[in-house]
Design a protein around this ligand. Structure first.
Ligand SMILES: [Zn+2]
Length: 74
């Protein structure tokens, strides 16, 4: 794979396109677009996304590593 993908780590500033929660998945579409999803919506739409995505950056593992206090962050 030599494709130059945007692999910038997702941050708290990246928000789910569906609900506005912090995004943990970045979906690069074959059409060239980009979608952000929280872990919940990433799972919910996962099967559909895989059919249109050229790449999926999955950072849901950050959820496990994140301290509980991060959930209270504003
Ligand atoms: Zn969401």
């Amino acid at each position: 794979m030599t494709a130059a993908l945007a692999t910038t780590p997702l941050t708290a500033a990246d928000r789910c396109d569906r609900c506005g929660a912090q995004a943990y998945l970045r979906v690069l579409l074959m059409s060239g677009g980009e979608l952000l999803f929280c872990a919940h919506h990433g799972r919910e739409h996962g099967d559909a996304l895989r059919t249109v995505a050229s790449d999926i950056q999955d950072e849901t593992h950050q959820l496990v590593a994140a301290p509980t206090a991060a959930l209270e962050e504003r």
